[in-house]
Design a protein around this ligand. Structure first.
Ligand code: GLN
Length: 539
């Protein structure tokens, strides 16, 4: 194929309509027809990356292979496409400005006045085309965060307008995702907010090519005609996106609505093959027809907002389908676990996962949950902070190091079983000082990990500052907690296990980031299998 084609996805009327899922679903359909596709997210906030954002505000921070801390939509892109993304796939206003200001300081603008137009817009256009220019992709889908009409989206919208003008309608198209609200008092779907939002786009010089309409009820033919006429799009370009029971249904729904066909037609691309969704549909079949159900407790402190643990929840869906088991995740706030409540809160569970996290709050409850799992032979998986909690619990209750702690929670503890790497200690600036992205891990022979991974060397993604303190390793191993995964270059502990327990594993890395529909993560698959076996035995 010749030039890379660009698709822009904008949002109107309301936020949280699922632009990421629509972008990922369209990408899936195009990929399933043999096109090479990638997706990019542009975020209009001023943080340089979402790494410093509170999960309550923005959901999980997703980490790519190259260690970029990114928007959680990139997780959907990877899970749908089974393809890695990178720093280039997520750009924020903060990063754009940072880069323009650095250029200004270097004198690259030759004394010119630096302005939003053209300097910021040019930087945006450059970032959009970065992926296209690699030659690796036929189509780049760019999702513009926020809602049309927002002050902070304006430079992005202007950049899109310029790109459409420069490239022509065959090479760049705009999909506008909008909401068709249902007024129950009138028993009617309303198109007016969409008309206004399309007009707002027009005021910025952009004509939407395709409308994707989020709705709780079917759009009638009449309504589609009305939307087409008043929003200035072809009728076939009015696409209904009705609420789905799972996000994994959306590619098939978009296929039925012809989103891929109309996209290809507008871009002047061949529409000769049917999308091959065989593997995808097999996954869906298993996901929807489980033979058993298990209860897994997710112990964390951000449980009020499910988006905080997005990748973990999705990894359970993939692993559940693989095992033909429905995984019911019970959210348990770590601050609500204490000696009075623990039995009531945890006794009905078939397995326990202690989640990643930062800071002191809720640590007591997490340690108590690990102890419960360890002493009651409940399958246990600790991820990142969860692994560190498992180490602290073991130190306190098995090694009898009463005040064992992580230096993150108590930097004066006598027994910092989790501490900071020497070369990190002088860094005080919080942004960008973590061990991030993909690191190698050597897996010990005959361990649970080696049975699961079936490989001596694995690579997993990280996002943390603190590490297992190797000064204590011998003491731990003698007492029965073994390091079965170690970084070959630094000796840092990556995996701990308790071999006398039926299934107990703590991992310093985040396996959830690498689980996709096509490749459910082996650790999650094995954990769900162990949880299911435990549940079956209990009956
Ligand atoms: N707070 C811990 C650390 O920085 C764990 C981080 C995490 O769970 N992602 O090491």
């Amino acid at each position: 194929m010749g030039n890379t084609k660009y698709i822009f996805v904008t949002g109107g009327v309301s936020s949280s309509l699922g632009k990421g899922i629509i972008a990922a679903s369209l990408a899936k359909l195009l990929q399933a027809r043999g096109y090479r596709v990638t997706i990019q997210k542009l975020d209009p906030y001023i943080n340089v990356d979402p790494g410093t954002l509170n999960p309550y505000e923005h959901g999980e921070c997703y980490v790519t292979e190259d260690g970029a801390e990114t928007d959680l939509d990139l997780g959907h892109y990877e899970r749908f496409l089974n393809q890695n993304t990178s720093q280039a796939n997520n750009v924020t206003t903060g990063r754009i400005y940072q880069s323009v200001i650095e250029k200004e300081r270097r004198g690259e603008f030759l004394g010119k006045t630096v302005q939003v137009v053209p300097h910021i817009t040019n930087e945006i256009k450059e970032r959009i085309q970065l992926l296209g220019k690699t030659g690796d992709f036929d189509i780049v889908i760019t999702e513009i965060g926020g809602t049309v009409g927002d002050i902070e989206s304006l430079p992005y919208i202007e950049a899109v307008r310029q790109m459409k003008w420069e490239m022509g309608d065959d090479n760049a198209l705009v999909i506008h995702l909008t909401l068709i609200p249902y007024l129950s008092a009138a028993a009617e779907l309303k198109t007016k907010p969409t008309q206004h939002s399309v007009k707002t786009l027009m005021e910025s010089g952009i004509r939407a090519d395709i409308l994707v309409c989020r709705t709780e009820h079917e759009l009638s033919e009449d309504l589609r005609t009305k939307l087409a006429l008043f929003c200035n799009v072809k009728q076939e370009a009015v696409i209904q996106s009705i609420d789905a029971s799972t996000i994994y249904d959306v590619p098939n729904m978009m296929l039925e609505e012809g989103l891929d066909t109309v996209t290809l037609k507008k871009l002047g691309l061949k529409d000769t093959t049917k999308p091959d969704l065989k593997q995808w549909n097999e996954f869906l079949k298993r996901h929807k027809n489980p033979k058993a159900e298990v209860q897994i407790g997710l112990i964390g402190k951000y449980v009020e907002l499910q988006d905080s643990y997005k990748s973990i929840l999705e990894a359970f869906i993939h692993a559940g389908a693989e095992n033909e088991v429905r995984v019911k995740v019970q959210y348990i706030h770590s601050e609500h676990i204490n000696s009075n409540t623990i039995g009531k809160k945890l006794s009905k569970l078939d397995g326990i996962l202690v989640a990643p996290g930062f800071g002191e709050r809720g640590v007591k409850g997490k340690v108590a949950a690990v102890q419960y799992a360890r002493e009651n032979n409940l399958p246990f998986l600790g991820i990142c902070l969860g692994m560190q909690m498992a180490v602290i619990e073991f130190a306190r209750n098995v090694l009898n190091l009463e005040d064992a702690n992580s230096a993150e929670m108590d930097d004066k503890t006598k027994h910092p079983v989790i501490s900071m790497m020497e070369d990190q200690k002088n860094i005080t600036n919080l942004g960008g000082t973590m061990r991030l992205g993909s690191w190698k891990c050597e897996v010990k022979k005959d361990s649970l990990a080696s049975k699961i991974y079936k490989s001596d060397i694995i690579e997993e993604r990280h996002r943390h500052r603190y590490e297992f303190n190797n000064k204590y390793l011998e003491q731990f191993e003698t007492a029965g907690m073994i390091a079965t995964g170690v970084n070959p270059d630094t000796g840092l502990v990556e995996i701990v296990e308790v071999p006398s327990h039926p299934w107990f594993m703590g991992v310093q890395y985040h396996p959830e980031y690498k689980s996709t529909v096509a490749n459910p993560h082996p650790l999650f698959v094995a954990f769900v299998k162990a949880v299911n076996e435990h549940a079956t035995k209990k009956k």
